[in-house]
Design a protein around this ligand. Structure first.
Ligand SMILES: C[S@@+](CC[C@H](N)C(=O)[O-])C[C@H]1O[C@@H](n2cnc3c(N)ncnc32)[C@H](O)[C@@H]1O
Length: 378
C-alpha cells in the first residue's frame, strides 16, 4: 500500500493535467491511477499479499498446476516442439509462474525441458519481485522476466489471469438517442464527471461491431485497450494458443438490462464501490471483460475461438483425470489434504470464483486442437 501522500500527489498531478489539457477521458484517468510509473496502483511492488483483492493464484497452487497440465497438452498438440514459448501477460510478482514452473519441473519433465517461459509485467517493482521468486528457473534457462510480450511467438501459448479486467476503459452514456462520453474534470481537490461528445469514433465502432444499442440513460464501458491488445497479441502468435482467464460476460449479457450502470468498480481493502475518485492510485479499478469483443478483435489478428467455459468446468475437466491428486504436496498428512480440498472448493464452486471466471481459448494454426480444459463444451 502507498503512503497517504502518494494519493494526494497523484491527485495533484491529475488536477494539474486537467488544468492544462482539459477534462480527461476516463480511460486516461484510469491509466494514470493504475499505471502512473511511480504513483500508480500497480506500479509499486506488491507490499502486502491480499491487500485489496485476491486472485485464483493466491488461493492454492493447484490453479497453476492444472494450467500446467493444459499447457502440456497444448505442447503435445503442437507436435512437441523443441522450444515451447509460454508467455504469461500481466504476471504480477511471478506467483503463478512459480506454480506452473515448479510443477512442470517436478511432474512434467519433458515439457519443462522444452519450456521458454516469459513472465511479462508492466510494473518494474513487480518484475523485480518476479525475478527473485523465479531465480532458479531463470538460472536453468527456462524462464525470463520481461517488460513486453515478445514480438514473435513462433510456437507456444500466451495466457493471462486477470489482466484484461485491469486495462483502462472509456465510459459512455446513451443520451437523446446517441452515445455521449463521460470525461473526468475538476479542480481544487474535487473531481467531477462531464458528459461530452465521444473522444474517438472507435467507441461507435466498438458498439456497432457487436450489434449493441444501449437503452436511453444506460451507462457502459468500452474496453478499447483490451481490443487493441488482443489484435496485437494475435499478430505476434505464429502458431499456437491464447488462453484468457478473467471475469466477464459475452456482449449480449454485459450490456443487458441487468447492467444499466455498467460494471466498473473500485476495490480497496476488499470492499467494492463506485467511488472511482476517492483514492487515485490507492485503489484498484476494474471492469468486466467483454468476451465477445475478445473473439471479434482476436479474429482480426487471425485467432479462432476453440471455446469458452467457466473456471469450474475448466478446472474440473483437468483435475478429474487423476482425482485432483495434483492438489497435494508429496507426503501431505490428512489435515493438510482436508485444507487443500477446502481451498479447491473456493476455486471451483460455481457460486464463487468458479462461476464468475471464464476461460477462453483461441488458436492460430492448430484448428483441430482438442483440449481437455474445454471438454465441458465438446
Ligand atoms: C490484477 S493483476 C493480476 C496479477 C496476476 N496475473 C494474478 O493473477 O495474480 C494485473 C497485472 O497486470 C499487469 N499489467 C497491466 N497491463 C499490462 C500490460 N499491458 N503488460 C504487462 N502487464 C500488465 C499489472 O501491472 C498487474 O500486475
Amino acid at each position: 500500500m502507498s503512503s497517504p501522500s502518494s494519493a494526494s500527489s497523484l491527485s495533484a498531478l491529475l488536477f494539474d493535467r486537467i488544468r492544462r489539457q482539459g477534462p480527461l477521458t476516463f480511460a486516461d484517468y484510469m491509466r494514470e491511477c493504475l499505471y502512473h510509473p511511480q504513483l500508480g496502483y500497480y506500479s509499486r511492488a506488491e507490499a502486502r499479499r491480499f491487500a485489496d483483492y485476491y486472485t485464483s493464484v493466491d488461493v492454492h497452487p493447484v490453479f497453476g498446476r492444472l494450467l500446467a497440465r493444459q499447457f502440456a497438452e497444448m505442447w503435445e498438440q503442437l507436435s512437441r516442439p523443441a522450444e515451447f514459448r509460454l508467455v504469461e501477460a500481466g504476471a504480477g510478482v511471478g506467483r503463478l509462474a512459480g506454480h506452473v514452473l515448479d510443477f512442470a519441473e517436478a511432474r512434467l519433465p519433458e515439457l519443462y525441458a522444452a519450456l521458454k517461459y516469459v513472465a511479462v509485467e508492466r510494473s518494474s517493482g513487480r518484475r523485480a519481485q518476479s525475478a527473485g521468486r523465479l531465480a532458479r528457473h531463470i538460472a536453468a534457462g527456462r524462464c525470463e522476466v520481461l517488460l513486453e510480450v515478445p514480438a514473435r511467438i513462433s510456437t507456444g501459448c500466451l495466457f493471462s489471469n486477470e489482466l484484461l479486467d485491469a486495462l483502462p476503459v472509456h465510459r459512455v452514456v446513451q443520451r437523446g438517442g446517441a452515445l455521449q462520453e463521460l470525461f473526468v474534470g475538476g479542480a481544487k481537490g474535487k473531481f467531477e464527471e462531464i458528459l461530452a461528445p465521444l473522444s474517438t469514433c472507435a467507441i461507435t465502432d466498438y458498439f456497432a461491431a457487436q450489434g449493441i444499442l444501449l437503452q436511453e440513460g444506460q451507462q457502459a464501458e468500452a474496453g478499447l485497450e483490451a481490443c487493441d491488445w488482443i489484435t496485437e497479441i494475435a499478430r505476434r502468435i505464429e502458431r499456437g494458443f491464447l488462453l484468457t482467464v478473467d471475469y466477464g460476460l459475452p456482449a449480449a449479457e454485459l450490456f443487458d438490462a441487468y447492467h444499466l450502470r455498467g460494471t466498473l468498480l473500485a476495490y480497496r481493502g476488499h470492499r467494492a464501490d463506485e467511488d472511482y475518485y476517492g483514492a487515485p492510485g490507492e485503489q484498484d479499478l476494474t471492469a468486466h471483460v467483454n468476451f465477445t469483443a475478445l473473439e471479434q478483435w482476436g479474429a482480426r489478428g487471425g485467432l479462432e475461438p476453440l471455446g469458452t467455459v467457466s473456471q469450474t468446468e475448466f478446472l474440473m475437466a483437468l483435475g478429474k483425470g487423476n482425482e485432483f491428486e495434483d492438489l497435494y504436496e508429496p507426503g501431505a498428512g490428512e489435515a493438510e489434504r482436508v485444507r487443500a480440498r477446502l481451498l479447491l472448493k473456493t476455486l471451483i464452486f460455481p457460486e464463487g470464483m468458479g462461476g464468475r471466471f471464464r476461460v477462453l481459448i483461441q488458436q492460430k494454426g492448430v484448428p483441430g486442437a482438442r483440449l481437455t480444459g474445454l471438454a465441458g463444451i465438446v
